[in-house]
Write a protein that binds this ligand. Structure first.
Ligand SMILES: [Cu+2]
Length: 394
């Protein structure tokens, strides 16, 4: 063979190798692992027993505070059902606060894919993101999401976290990269695990719904509501979008919220009107309006991912029964029932409390769940609102 022909073959081979490699790289950018799923949209074509797939995107976006203030934020959005080639575009500026609620039944194999779609409004940032199931028993530290002990997901990359859900209870999830910053910015959401005891009749529980595998029906409830405590420091967020140094030590929250809203937005049963800056994509989807029929037992799955303060919540007029703390049933090592009646619970960041409100004998009407840190019944300068919602008994 002539030297010239060899060169041509070499050039063609290198070209094929490069284009082949490029195709593989592009195809691997959003890589979803979900048993039974053949097209990569995290929805199994052949559903597997005890298996749940979730696909979240991590990035930035906007939310509206109860006084109308537009707030820049980081967050998660739900891209489950999107084909891999659409995930980057669908995930950008679609972030929700709080993130999509994750509900899992005990014993389920959970495949959670996280794709980092980058910060559209902060192209100077190249922050990775993670998902950390807080307080959750994880067999493999690589899926813990704490970036110094495991791995974090860079822009354009995806990782599928695998969990088995062995213990029922109220957890929470958040991004653990530069946790003070990314959590203050809004990378957090509700997460809870329902017990295997659900669907069985124990202790005369007609709803067959329980907070824990209690064995006696003592954690029976009729309706449940996740209530996540968080608060924004608008100065921190405003400096962030203005690409200025961030005042970590001076962080001071001025927008106290439940499920990502201040009162009266908390009682809007629908998604809030999306900020124009989000391109019309709703970013505040979780209502905190609590409704029940008189006589029902209401379970409040209260968690806090506040980065600055402890908050006390109270319900006026309905007794509160605490049956669990930090995803554990309140029992002694000998099995004695340690649940207790109270009129307030106090949570710091990372803590959760399961509270049952028994509305037997409670007159129909509107009751309030609110913070007794009274300066937090406000939306910044508005001296009415903040960390409060309504419980409507019909
Ligand atoms: Cu993050």
């Amino acid at each position: 063979m002539k030297m010239q022909n060899r060169y041509i073959i070499l050039i063609v081979s290198v070209f094929l190798l490069l284009t082949g490699a490029t195709t593989r790289t592009a195809g691997a950018a959003v890589n979803v692992q979900c048993p039974g799923d053949t097209n990569g949209d995290a929805v199994p074509e052949s559903p597997q027993p005890n298996t749940q797939c979730i696909h979240l995107a991590a990035g930035d976006g906007f939310v509206t505070m109860a006084d109308g203030h537009l707030q820049y934020m980081f967050g998660f959005s739900n891209v489950t059902g999107e084909l891999p080639e659409n995930v980057m575009s669908k995930g950008m500026l679609a972030q929700e606060f709080p993130g999509p609620t994750i509900k899992v039944k005990e014993g389920t194999n959970v495949y959670l894919t996280l794709t980092n779609v980058g910060m559209v409004m902060r192209p100077d940032l190249f922050d990775p993101h993670t998902v950390h199931f807080h307080g959750f028993p994880n067999a493999a530290s690589i899926f813990d999401g704490e970036p110094m002990a495991s791995i974090a997901i860079n822009m354009g990359a995806s990782l599928t976290y695998y969990y088995q859900a062995p213990d029922p209870g109220t957890y929470m999830y958040h991004c653990h990269v530069e946790a003070t910053e990314h959590m203050q910015m809004g990378m957090l959401g509700n997460l809870y695990v329902t017990p295997l005891q659900d669907g069985t009749s124990v202790g005369g529980c007609t709803s067959a719904k329980y907070v824990y595998n209690d064995g006696d029906g003592s954690t029976c409830y009729d309706v449940d509501y996740p209530v996540q405590i968080h608060a924004f420091d608008s100065n921190f967020h405003d400096l962030h979008i203005a690409i200025q140094p961030l005042p970590f030590a001076m962080m001071k929250d001025n927008y106290p919220m439940l499920n990502g809203r201040g009162y009266p937005d908390t009682i809007n049963p629908a998604s809030l009107t999306p900020p124009a800056d989000n391109g019309g994509i709703p970013s505040q989807k979780v209502s905190s309006l609590i409704t029940a029929t008189s006589g029902q037992k209401i379970l409040l799955r209260i968690s806090s991912l506040a980065t600055v303060d402890f908050y006390t919540l109270t319900v006026l007029g309905i007794p509160m029964k605490v049956v669990g703390r930090d995803a554990r049933i309140l029992r002694s090592s000998g099995g004695a029932n340690l649940s207790y009646m109270t009129n307030s619970v106090t949570l710091g960041g990372g803590e959760s409390t399961d509270v049952i409100l028994n509305t037997a004998g409670v007159a129909p009407g509107t009751y309030f769940l609110y913070t007794t840190n009274l300066n937090n019944l406000s939306n910044d300068a508005e001296d009415y609102g903040g960390m409060m919602t309504e419980i409507v008994i019909n």
